[in-house]
Write a protein of this length. Structure first.
Length: 74
């Protein structure tokens, strides 16, 4: 199970991921009009992933305990 410290380290990688996103966006926008859609999907996936990391960091242990209690009572 990942700890909150690990999730905090993952969040620290966000500026690096955004830098690569903008490089990819610039690269693809010069060569293909379809590249813009691809980059937008990549950004959407990045933001959803970040939201999942933040939610797990905040509620992960509580949700895990809840499911453990459900399984124990079944």
């Amino acid at each position: 199970m990942r700890t909150i410290e690990r999730y905090r380290k993952d969040i620290l990688y966000l500026p690096m991921m955004l830098k690569h996103y903008f490089r990819l966006r610039t690269f693809l926008s010069h060569y293909s009009p379809q590249g813009q859609g691809l980059v937008e999907y990549a950004l959407l996936i990045l933001l959803v992933g970040l939201a999942v990391i933040v939610m797990l960091a905040l509620f992960g242990r509580g949700v895990g305990n809840m499911f453990s209690n459900i399984i124990a009572n079944v």
